[in-house]
Each structure stands twice: as C-alpha cells, then as structure tokens.
Design a protein around this ligand. Structure first.
Ligand code: TNX
Length: 626
C-alpha cells in the first residue's frame, strides 16, 4: 500500500471518457453548451454489450432473452403505460397522437429558462429524428392546429391560469388548474401537438423527460433513424412525492473525468433525480482544487484505490459540472468528508494530522483509520477556507460534511469537532448535511440540518432523536439504496457488507415509513450512493446504476399508492431498449421481464478484466441500430 501514482494526475480538462481503456484512442469532447446533452460516446466495448456470461442460466447476452414467466410481471404496452417514475395521473386517450414532422417547431415563449428547456428538448430529439425542430419564442398559446408542434409554457404567463389556454396548453379553456408545484407538470398530447405546462422551468424539464419516454426507444440513438415519431394521445398530471431525489458518485476512491460525471448527470435527469451528491474527498484522494491549500490536489489528488493515477477537478471543471447539472435542474451537493476519511488531506498537509506528521498515501479499501486534529485551531481554520471556497463555487443550498466512520475519535472528541464545524458551514450560508453519525447525542442541532441515514436497520434512536430536535432526513439505507452492493453473488463488481441488492430489493421499501420513530413528514427524500472502491470506469458505473437507480428514483418521485413491483418491473423492462439505444450498460436482473428489444449487458463490458474471464463472448453484432 501507500503506492504513489504510476503516472501524473489525470486532470479532466480533456474530457476523456473513462470507458476508453488504455491502448484505445482517447476521445475528446468539444466544448458543448451546458443545456445540450453530450453526444453518446460510442466505445465499442460499451455499446456492443459484449457481455461475458458467468452463469449461462442467469446471464443471457448471447442467448435468447428470457420471456416473462406465467404469473410473473406483466409486460408494459409502452407509451403512457410505461413512464418511469410512475406519474401521479395518467390518462391515455383513444385515437392518434402527435406525429413529429419536418414542420414541427418547439414553442417556448421568451423566458430564458423556458427557452433553455426548449433548446435542451431539441438537442434530445434532433439526432435520431434528423428533424430541424426550430425553437421559437413565439407565444406558445397562440398556435393551434397541426402547426402547434410542441409547446412549453409556464402557468402565470399567457398560458397560465389567468390566460387563454387551449387543449395544447394543458386542458380545455377555463378548466381549473392543478397545483403543479415546484417540479410538477401537465402533459397533453393529441393530433394537434404536445403541450407541457408547469409552474416552473424545472417542471417543464421533468415533463420533457416524460415526453422523451413517450417516443420510440430509437429516439435515444445519436444518428438518424426511421420514424414515425409519434407521441401517443393522452394526458399526464405529475409532481414528485419528495423534494430531494439524489444519487451520489464517489469520485474519491476512483477519479472520474468531467465527461463521465456529465454522462452520469444525464442518466439522473432521465429519471427526474434532482440532486447529484459528489463525494469529493476521502482517504484515497482529494478531488477538488482549493486555491488556498494547493497541495490538497497536487499531492492528495495523485492517488486512488489500486494505485492508479487519480486526478482532480479544477475550479473550472467543477463549475462546468455545476452548470451542466443546473441546466438539467439538478443541484450539486459537494461532500468534504471530515473528520475521518481524510488521509489524502493529511498526506498533503501534515500539520492537519493529530500528531502533526503526514502519513503515507493510502490506496487500499479500509475505512475509519484517519482523522484530522480535533484540538487546536488548525483544522477549523483549514475547513473555513475549504468550505468557504467550495460554497462559493456551489449554487445549491447544501454542504455535505461527511462525518461517518471517524473510528479513531471518542464520542466526546467527535462532538467537539462537529460542534465547531457545523457553525462554520452555516457561516458560509449553506445548510449542514452529513451522514447519520452526525445525529450523535452530543452533537448540537444546527438549524436546518439534514441527516443522511445509511444504516441497514429500520430503527435508530439517535436519528429519531435528531429528527425530534428538528433535523430532516435523507434515506439511503445501505441494504436498499446502495449502488455499490453486489446484485448477486455472481456479479463481479461491488461489496456485500450491507447485503446483496438486486432491483426488487432496491424497489420494495417505503421511504415514508422506513425508520421507526421518524414521521414521514421529516423525510426530505431518498438518495442512491455509488461508492467506487470496486468501480473504475463509466461502464462499471452504469452497470451498478442500471437498473437500480430507476427504482430509487421511483421511490422518490411517485406517490406511495403507485408502488407496485409487477407494474414497475414491466415499465423497467420497457426502458431497456432506451438504454441500449443510448449505449448504457445495465445489469439484466433475473426478475425483470426484459423484452426482445433489450440487448442489455449482463456484466460490465469487455475490458482487461473481462477478457480474463472464462466463457464465450457475445457478438457485438447482436445490437443493431434502429
Ligand atoms: C461505508 S456509507 C462508507 C464508505 C464506503 C462504503 C462501501 C458511508 C457513509 N461510509 O466509506 O465506501 O461503506 O460500501
């Protein structure tokens, strides 16, 4: 252990997608405005899903795709029945829907935030349809008939409750408006066009994700495909159950370049996830440039699990991630994990260590052995600088301070540290967020603070007490929502300390009633964390994320009454052709009725490791465009 990097730090400015393996040409991405999706990166090792079946009975990349079993989950029809997360109200209509044609325009009105959603939608639809889809600021309410196209309008504008509203703008004129809220939307579709109405641009954005799922799966390809491109007729009214729907990416154990993070952001946006938690620091690496403490990245960024080169985000890189997320109505939640999980910082600045001596770099997978000094002022001065800089780069309301697994500290030392740290966070204007160890009895309640529960039990008295003192809760139960747990004993990546989590276990729980003594009203939402000790490429990330992330996304978005495993599994199966079209690797969970269209990877795709596994290779030719 203690290996120093083999090469220099891998700085992400070139946006090298980590699906690209050594020996293959690196693909760089030209600078793209943040509202546009990145072009899908077509690394043959990923898009062809050349899975290596480890168990032919379960993994069938090359074999016939399993058919639904009698009495098993039913197969979704697609269209309005297949939207994921399940909307609040869905009313498919009889008759033809709206067909995109060369004449289709996207009407947004002049508001910049709405126009940006319109540009984003056009960016999603143009590659596969080959249509021009101009975005116009023409009054969305003025157009009727086939020329209406796709209209995005805000309530409270001309299209809103006080203005004229035709069927394309959300319902018959004079109909009382739903309260769509901060993220809700209403989508209506018929021969004359598609209308999305919302109180906010975020609501329109989520409506756009629904619209995308109403089109054929080939819409996710990046080259022109045959149509027709028809949105079925009907109406959806939708809004989220929880305000916080998150996913975490650990960029500390393994570093991932900016392009990977952006691609991950696009995956979150599909399922209406609205927070990206970045675990930026840990024992194995410090990944965010701090101008006032430059050795954090110069020294602390040059390592990762397994001894690879590491890397870090410059301030400009981080700003680019934030801007890309903001354009997708996703809030970035940066985590600086203290007082434990700090070996990388201590290697850079020995004065932060309890004994004042810099330890060697650490590239293993152990946890709990490091801590910054809790006595004296040095650590607090350091954290005021670090958190101040991170807060200044971060528009969102939260600073996550970790707080987990500080095993070298006793309870009194831990409380001393946290009671000095929390006000430092508040002084930046941000809200304290931390892992649930922060609920320890002697740690004071900082106004507004949020606690993230990652335990595997359904009762935790310290968490219940923190909630009684006013804390709100994000639920990330280790045995339900952890994307780094193995799916089964047979899947190669991941850990198993919290259990094996296939997609049904990720789906079959209720955030509102999960923890004894915690009322549903205290639950701010859910988050699926992806720790990356065993995950070191984009295809690994996707394999662990799909199909479990959509399960957690549905728990966060859909009303509890819509919770239904069989229905969910059928809708999940209908997503797979979309993932295939987008080149997304996924795990073919055995209890989902995948359809013929879905050529999902059964394992992370071929790379150095997979080549070493026994078994026949699936032919990449099995996947054809269209
Ligand atoms: C526990 S969950 C950790 C992480 C590890 C993870 C591996 C939490 C707050 N801490 O440091 O990466 O387990 O599953």
């Amino acid at each position: 252990m203690g290996a120093i990097s083999r090469a220099g730090p891998r700085i992400s400015g070139g946006y090298i997608w980590s699906g690209t393996r050594p020996g293959r040409p690196a693909s760089s991405t030209p600078d793209i405005p943040p509202w546009l999706p990145l072009p899908p990166v077509k690394d043959p090792s990923v898009t062809t899903h050349a899975g290596i079946p480890q168990d032919p009975a379960e993994h069938t990349a090359a074999a016939p795709v399993p058919r639904p079993r009698a009495g098993g989950p039913r197969v979704a029809r697609g269209g309005f029945d297949a939207v994921l997360p399940a909307p609040v109200e869905v009313e498919p209509a009889d008759g033809p829907g709206y067909r995109l044609t060369a004449g289709t325009v996207i009407r947004t009105g002049p508001e910049p935030a709405v126009r940006a959603v319109g540009e984003y939608l056009a960016g999603l639809l143009r590659p596969a349809t080959g249509l021009t889809l101009p975005v116009t600021d023409a009054d969305p309410t003025a157009a009727t008939g086939p020329a209406a196209g796709i209209t995005l309008s805000l309530t409270g504008t001309a299209a809103g409750p006080d203005g004229p509203r035709g069927p394309d703008q959300g319902g018959p004129a004079g109909e009382a408006p739903e309260r769509l809220g901060a993220e809700g939307y209403r989508l209506t579709s018929g021969t004359d066009g598609v209308g999305i109405l919302a109180d906010t641009a975020a609501g329109l954005f989520h409506g756009v994700q629904t619209l995308r799922q109403l089109l054929p799966a080939a819409i996710d390809r990046d080259t022109p495909q045959d149509g027709p491109w028809e949105v079925p007729a009907g109406r959806i009214v939708d809004h989220p159950r929880y305000a916080y729907r998150g996913a975490m990416l650990d960029v500390a154990r393994h570093f991932f370049p900016v392009a990977d993070v952006l691609r991950f952001v696009d995956h979150l946006a599909r399922y209406k996830i609205n927070h990206l938690h970045l675990h930026l620091t840990d024992d194995q690496g410090w990944r965010i440039e701090i101008e006032s403490w430059p050795r954090l990245t110069e020294v602390g960024g040059a390592t990762e699990v397994g001894g690879g080169p590491g890397g870090y985000y410059t301030g400009a890189d981080y700003r680019r991630i934030v801007a890309y997320a903001v354009a997708r109505h996703i809030t970035v939640v940066p985590e600086i994990d203290v007082p434990g999980h700090t070996n990388a910082a201590l290697t850079a600045y020995g004065q932060l260590a309890p004994d004042g001596v810099a330890p060697p770099a650490y590239t293993g997978e152990d946890v709990g052995f490091s801590s910054v000094a809790v006595h004296g002022d040095v650590s607090y001065d350091f954290l005021a600088d670090v958190l101040g800089e991170v807060a200044a780069l971060t528009p969102g309301p939260y600073l996550h301070v970790g707080g987990d697994e500080a095993f070298t500290l006793g309870p009194a030392e831990y409380a001393t540290f946290m009671n000095r740290l929390q006000p430092i966070v508040s002084a930046t204007g941000k809200t304290v967020l931390g892992w649930h160890q922060l609920a320890a009895a002697d740690v004071r309640h900082e106004p507004g603070r949020v606690i993230q529960y990652w335990g595997t039990a359904t009762a935790d008295e310290s968490v219940a007490a923190a909630v009684r003192a006013g804390a709100r809760l994000i639920l990330s139960p280790g045995n339900r929502s952890y994307l780094d747990m193995k799916y089964s004993e047979r899947t190669p990546l991941g850990k198993d300390w919290a259990g094996l989590i296939d997609v049904r276990a990720a789906y079959d729980w209720d955030p509102g009633g999960h923890l004894d003594g915690v009322p549903g009203s205290a639950v701010l939402g859910v988050e699926a964390p992806l720790w990356t000790e065993t995950v070191d490429s984009m295809s690994d990330i996707e394999f662990m994320t799909f199909p479990r992330l959509p399960a957690v996304a549905e728990l966060g978005w859909s009303p509890a009454e819509r919770h239904d495993w069989a229905d969910f599994a059928a809708r999940l199966a209908a997503q797979a052709p979309r993932w295939t079209a987008a080149g997304i690797v996924f795990h073919r969970s055995a209890d989902v009725p995948w359809t013929d269209d879905a050529h999902g990877a059964t394992e992370p795709p071929a790379d150095g490791r997979a080549d070493a596994l026994p078994g026949p290779r699936a032919s990449g030719d099995a996947v054809t465009a269209g």
